[in-house]
Design a protein. Structure first.
Length: 313
């Protein structure tokens, strides 16, 4: 998932309520797959290893789906495809969406109300609410009831193409979120990002790639300026990030439709068109970076319905 207008910081950590709206688009090249074993136990395992962080985050999610349920009462195995030790490509978002939908299917069954379920996924990660509904989606910042995600467009409205460049970092996203209010530019960021959401949604509905690209680049630079001016002066961009950005600008000067975008990590998304995607992909790979071509992805979905769970309490 690529955040086109990113949220930064949370005004309520328990409910994971952001300060302003945000907009993202799901990818087709990267995803989280999860399965639930009602006969097993021990909670969530990622790539075969117990994931204590995910278990902690799933507590409020499970309580809302089925009060009294606990993550360690059954076994959930998840994996990211493709596997990548990278930050800022949205794997925590896709994981939250996948795990929320999976547990709802096992504990409640039936077709969920996706707006309501997005409120539940938000308890895992605010961005998971958007990943759950898929396509181009907007998370509204409000109270618990009003903070939900809604899909407003898909590939029919805008056939956006992306090139994803995963890059690694030791900086934790949560650390960046926690100190964002210490930046002297925080209040200006909240106003700017809220306004930009309306502009971004309009650009998508008009199928205006140049406008989308310019807005995402501005949002990226603003987000990282905020991170760098907090108390810890975190610099999440790396030399590799800047090298990819430099190539994107070089391509654009040559007439290629290419615009960079980053989240709270060093990984880079390049927004482009169908006619220029292959050229962008080749250029990034020639720099020596692993990269993936993507279109606009759909919502989280159940591939095979899990057996109804009766979690031990």
């Amino acid at each position: 998932m690529q955040g086109l207008v990113k949220y930064h910081g949370l005004r309520d950590w328990a409910l994971r309520l952001p300060y302003h709206d945000s907009i993202s688009v799901n990818t087709t090249c990267m995803m989280t797959e999860a399965s639930l074993d009602t006969e097993g136990s021990g909670g969530i395992f990622t790539e075969g290893r117990a994931n204590e962080s995910a278990n902690g985050r799933m507590g409020p999610v499970l309580s809302r789906i089925s009060p009294g349920s606990k993550a360690d009462a059954f076994r959930i195995d998840s994996r990211n495809v493709p596997s990548a030790r990278a930050k800022g490509i949205g794997y925590s978002s896709s994981a939250g969406a996948a795990l929320t939908l999976l547990c709802h299917a096992a504990l409640r069954g039936g077709d969920p109300d996706m707006r309501d379920l997005s409120r539940t996924a938000r308890l895992f990660a605010a961005s998971a609410a958007r990943s759950l509904v898929g396509g181009f989606s907007r998370l509204y910042a409000s109270d618990d009831e009003g903070s939900y995600a809604e899909r407003f467009a898909g590939p029919k409205e805008m056939d956006l193409r992306m090139v994803v460049v995963p890059l690694s970092s030791a900086v934790r996203t949560e650390d960046a979120h926690r100190e964002v209010m210490s930046s002297p530019f925080f209040e200006a960021r909240v106003r700017s990002a809220q306004k930009r959401c309306d502009e971004m949604e309009e650009a998508i509905m008009r199928n205006d790639l140049a406008r989308l690209g310019a807005l995402a680049e501005r949002d990226t630079l603003e987000l990282h300026a905020l991170t760098m001016t907090g108390d810890s002066r975190l610099i999440i961009m790396t030399g590799d990030s800047l090298r990819v950005i430099g190539k994107v600008r070089e391509l654009r000067s040559e007439g290629v439709e290419a615009y960079f975008s980053m989240q709270t990590g060093p990984s880079v998304f390049v927004n482009t068109s169908g006619r220029h995607q292959d050229k962008v992909l080749r250029a990034i790979r020639r720099l020596g970076y692993r990269s993936f071509a993507s279109g606009v992805g759909g919502p989280a979905r159940i591939v095979r319905a899990p057996k109804a769970a009766r979690p031990r309490r």
